[in-house]
Write a protein that binds this ligand. Structure first.
Ligand code: JFZ
Length: 413
């Protein structure tokens, strides 16, 4: 893939996903019925008629939404880019669209352009803005696809021409430079239709990347299944979209929050396999970020402030041949980062054949005693003695600077 266009993506490794739309007002329940699926799908899963669902717009007034505060928090959290749902499957545009009055400016008492507010805040704080756009599913438009329904009678080509393409043109010409478009659920789109959208994006913003869910493997990077991480290093750029609880859109019933250790472990695994971690928040009806999600992201941000060098700009590396509990590796040229997600006084690793130059705790720079020997079986052995006064963090990161550019993990023999 074109290296220059991908450079920022490969450097970033960590982004903030924001799912926010009319569904936040229902928060997982409609007329006493709770959805047992992800909350932003409530219209589809509870078969809410369009005429009923669209009434939500007339009540949408998120007076506590603060785009600038959210972007500042994203920076504190260590995220390098932000992906916002400009139009999700519900069909409601979170910006002012000239091609559909079913949007946050024209159809709500709030009357403000959310994408504009986020674009301004991202510009101000040096955060790359990316936009999610549901290019095939649109449960409000009579010709938009709808999962789990019979779409045979739809004129999808009409939907593409009259809503999807004009709206993509709007978000790619009216809000500044866009890092990438996060397309989603291509459904029954033909290859030609996916190619048409790829050409549209490139014609408007040549540097704007395209996510894997454009369809027909035409993305600049692969998008994994939600919350699914590849088990091995992947030979192409990829991104893992992930929730902090069990839903993307806000639900007042889902309190199944992951903890910081879960997140850091996943982040390290994803980076070691060459991917990006796109972690979601779902603001509520008033535009507030759920406190529980902010607490987790605060803790992960604190970890990254001292250890970000072990994540940002790292590259896929071969799997290490032994399975050491809570021990993971990331790497960048001439640096091997050894992550230990449990307290320990020492750590011995076999079958690493690099020439170590120095070893230290990444967050403090404090030197770590390192014994470099060959075992009686002829295997390389590195043994680290952690400094006695070191207080174990969620993830204690050791940096070993090496003569060789990349790790040399010897195979078992
Ligand atoms: C899609 C959306 O339907 C969902 O609402 C959310 O926006 C999520 C990030 O993306 O959900 C998907 C789409 C594709 C897969 C899984 C969930 N997949 O291919 O496994």
């Amino acid at each position: 893939m074109d290296t220059d266009r991908m450079q920022w993506f490969r450097e970033a490794r960590y982004g903030l996903f924001i799912h926010w739309g009319l569904y936040a007002m229902l928060a997982g329940e409609y007329e006493g019925r709770k959805t047992d699926n992800i909350a932003e799908w409530i219209m589809n899963d509870l078969d809410i008629p369009v005429a009923e669902y669209e009434k939500l717009a007339a009540q949408f007034n998120p007076t506590e939404f603060d785009a600038d505060a959210i972007v500042r928090k994203a920076k504190d959290w260590g995220m390098r880019y932000l992906v916002f749902t400009s139009k999700h499957h519900e069909g409601f545009a979170m910006y002012q669209s000239a091609y559909s009055r079913y949007n946050v400016v024209d159809a709500t008492p709030y009357g403000r352009d959310v994408v504009r507010a986020l674009a301004d805040a991202c510009e101000k704080h040096g955060m790359k803005l990316c936009l999610y756009y549901s290019q095939a599913q649109d449960w409000h438009d009579p010709n938009g696809y709808r999962a789990r329904y019979d779409n045979s009678g739809k004129d999808f080509a009409k939907y593409l021409e009259e809503k999807c393409i004009p709206q993509l043109r709007e978000i790619l010409t009216e809000y500044g430079a866009i890092g990438y478009i996060w397309f989603d659920t291509p459904m029954e789109m033909t290859r030609a239709q996916s190619e048409r959208l790829v050409e549209l994006v490139h014609s408007l913003q040549p540097d704007c990347l395209i996510s894997g869910r454009i369809g027909h493997a035409l993305g600049d990077f692969m998008t994994t299944g939600d919350n699914y991480i590849p088990a091995f290093p992947v030979p192409r750029d990829f991104e893992v979209p992930a929730t902090l609880n069990g839903t993307w859109g806000y639900s007042r019933f889902d309190h199944n929050w992951k903890n910081p250790k879960d997140i850091i472990r996943l982040m390290v695994k994803i980076a070691s396999r060459g991917g990006n971690y796109l972690l979601n928040i779902g603001p509520d009806a008033l535009g507030r970020v759920p406190e529980e999600s902010a607490k987790v992201l605060d803790a992960v941000g604190a970890f990254l402030r001292g250890n970000g060098d072990a994540i940002y700009g790292t590259r896929a590396i071969p799997p290490y041949v032994y399975d050491i509990d809570d021990c993971y590796f990331t790497a960048k040229p001439h640096k091997l980062f050894i992550h230990l997600l449990r307290p320990a006084e020492s750590l011995e690793l076999l079958n690493i054949a690099n020439t170590p130059l120095k070893a230290y705790l990444l967050d403090s720079g404090k030197p770590v005693e390192m014994l470099n020997r060959v075992t009686c079986e002829g295997d390389h052995s590195w043994k680290f003695i952690y400094p006695g006064d070191h207080a174990h963090q969620v993830d204690t990161v050791l940096c070993v600077e090496t003569q060789e550019e990349w790790p040399i993990f010897e195979p078992l023999r």
